[in-house]
Write a new protein. Sequence first.
Length: 401
Amino acid sequence: MKWTQAQRAEKMNPSVIREILKVTEKSGIISFAGGLPSPKTFPVDAFAAACQAVLSTDGRAALQYASSEGYAPLREWVASDLNRQSTAAGLPWSIDPAQVLITTGSQQALDLIAKILIDKDSKVLVETPTYLGALQAFTPMEPAFVSVASDAEGIDVADLSEKAPDARFLYVLPNFQNPTGQSMSEARRALLSQEAARIGLPMVEDNPYGDLWFDAPPPPTLTARNPDGCIYMGSFSKTLAPGLRLGFLVAPKSLYPKLLQAKQAADLHTPSFNQRMVYEVLKTGFLDGHVPTIRALYKAQRDAMLDALNTHLAGTGVLWNTPDGGMFLWVKLPQGMNAVDLLPQAVDRNVAYVPGAAFYSGPAQTNTLRLSFVTASVDQIHTGIAALAEVLKANLPGQTA
């Protein structure tokens, strides 16, 4: 029996990160590769209580099929929380719960957006570098990716303006970006929003890490500045638990019906039991006390990684940034070094990372890599960075065997 695959299937590629994670299952590996939240942050007791409450008060409905839009109280909570943040920032974003679509993880939101907005050869603008999962979600629709230059403050607006004509949308992660950990400045957000509105460029704003700030919250969202020109994406994976596969999007009312139809075709609805459990936890204000504990843990781990990098790699020409939140930092090696080629040597020394080349839609900077600091202990971070430093220093330009 011969199966004939659709042409779009040829465009699909395995996740580089998922393939690397298979390697990290080897005993003794210290992994800085995965973008996984720390299991220490998962509120097991809160969910045990919520599970019992949901089953005892509304168990039959929780185990039944449900509406594709999502559990109404959870959608109302999302709208209320975003409206509260917008009001505190002095911006007039007012979300109707009818604009909120609950998705099976924010990855599904990317898939729905791709199906509704991308045709073959549609121009899609992305940051340089950008989130690998978005590239994977968009690629089967066969877009023409165009990388927009970025710097330490975010998107290069002049480069965006030059490349924007006929683009379907710009995909952007303003807060503690995956993979670089960088955040867009307030000045750049204001300029980007103004320019996007002027030229009529829609934006897809992905914000899974925005609550994970260390010292001060990030500037207000792009969507709050131009609600009709943006789709906003959020997730409960980083503040509660990724295994629940619970995310959401907020869409302009004109676009929402088609996204809903795509959702219906994809999976009918996100598991109603999971939605009810999450709402049971959220409705008491649980996140107000829980998220600060995540921030404190991740900040300590970031500080440990920065300390280890300074101890072992200062003065070598290896560069890295200092993220103000999130889960990642970005390393740039001297020209001529290739992080893909060096990974097997690192694994031999029981440490793993993600080569930066995976995060580029166009020509890749192969001398870059992403390090996640949130799943390793402080001791593991020091041990792992010391081992990684041995590999990097042994391969610096000009070194001889």
